[in-house]
Design a protein around this ligand. Sequence first.
Ligand code: FAD
Length: 550
Amino acid sequence: MIAYLEQFVSESESNTKLQEEEEDGNNDNKKILLCREMDLQGSIDFDCNNSGSSNFAAACKDFGGLNQSRPLGVIKPVGTDDLVRIIRSVISSSSSASSSSNNNLTVAVRGNGHSINGQAMTDSNGLVILMREINPRIQIVTRNHHNSCSNGGCSNGGGDVFVDVGGGVLWEDVLLHCYYSSGLAPRSWTDYLGLTVGGTLSNAGISGQAFRYGPQTSNVTELEVVTGKGEIVTCSENQNSELFFGVLGGLGQFGIITRARILLQPAPHMVRWIRMVYCEFDDFTNDAELLTTRAECDSFDYIEGFVFVNSDDPVNGWSSVPLSPNKSFDESRIPKTAGPVLYCLEVALHYRNGDNVDTVDKVVSKMIGRLRFIRNLQFELDLSYVEFLLRVKQQEEEAKANGIWDNPHPWLNLLISKKDICGFDQTVFKKILKDGIGGPMLIYPLLKSKWDTRTSVVLPEGEIFYLVALLRFHLPMGPSVQDMITQNQEILQCCTKQGFDFKLYLPHYGSDDQWRSHFGNQWSRFVERKARFDPMAILAPGQKIFSRHS
Ligand code: FAD
């Protein structure tokens, strides 16, 4: 009898499954038909024969390498009009669809896919839009008064100079274009420039210049956006401001950034890049905060820092500090009282080709004279401004050659209030991470007054907070990816248990409650913005904040 029942159940199950598969197939066909009807100038790849074309394969994964998801199709649009057609077709298909055909398609915009947790991905119910080539234009624009150009360099004579760039353009291309065409450059960067303008503006865009100019989101004056309603909207602080501020740090939820206008300033030619080693965390943070809050004329142009292991570990230890291979780290200088980890303050001073090197030396000596780093554990390198900004590209090339770059990266990025940073050092750096993470552990202070609270980014309390970036690389002899993920969870649990005031940067959560708590008192504003600009929750499904509905 039992055997008979089992047979019965499995037969009926398999019939249902077949039926479901047939329906799924029909649905897929309907969706594919819908996409074909979009009448795009660009192309759609459905990878029907599973050939795994390079565009399709890239859209199924990201830099994190922790998730894989196969979309229904991958679109390479030709211009903004294509984006409008896609969104409008998706909207009209769901309003006309019967419930059984379930045409609730989503649209995931992919910048350069350098997310960690599938934020730019979608499933078989969605389309991935590749932004890299949509609007590759980079154009310098000048507003008002007189802006004179001479000797290949621009003097910003009272007017403001900006660059208009497509949302899918890489920051490295913005740098090279602005610098070599007019001697200008944006003010605020990320450490690595192989990221798209739209991708970093959807988060914040943080690096060593943010203490002075704020994140990249504080350096944009105008955006062109295609909303989740399929409308092209130009927005700024004074025009459609709710959309403008919503999109900045908005995790792709409210619209697709198709153009950004970014503030420029005259670029320096050269950079003096300096690293100073500290034994005591308090000395390190006091000096970092001192430099961060000093008047512009009395401080450096770039301030960051990192933690490293107090050992000869070739990846995590002393040798990760010197700036050039011909300089060595003299560990005999480290005081006997030093703990398991040490700290490195990393600063940079800009100067111009004609500047006297003695003068640069004097300025640097004056600024670091009273700092409390370990004397003789100081490293310096002079390099061009472009080389400095492209410094991670060199590491990328090396890591690619070693086969490490494409391995999984379970990164964890946090913004932690100044009041809890010492506790974080005690419990996380000195204990949980005392052996390192197989990659950089960045830590540096930022000033809240340089961030615009009208954007969608959420920050911890207080004027000073720290960026902590645990940039893990999966190394052949190192811990497993799962162990690294578990350690990240342990760190988060530890922060929560100790009541630390912190926010995830590049957030990733699995439940509504977690998103609510991430946004805190900004949650209702975020929800209202979503209802206004993407009411069907079509955009950025990979963030897993809202569910698609009709
Ligand atoms: P994607 O990963 O493609 O997309 C990220 C999110 O933005 C997705 O939700 C996507 O849908 C959305 N999106 C992308 N383009 C658009 C658009 N045009 N309009 C609307 N939404 C869009 N961050 C820093 O702040 N500072 C750093 O120094 C830094 N360094 C990094 C170094 C490396 C090696 C890596 C891998 C990441 C780094 N990041 C840094 C993080 C990086 O800023 C984010 O992961 C960013 O989202 C990546 O940009 P992307 O173009 O690859 O975006």
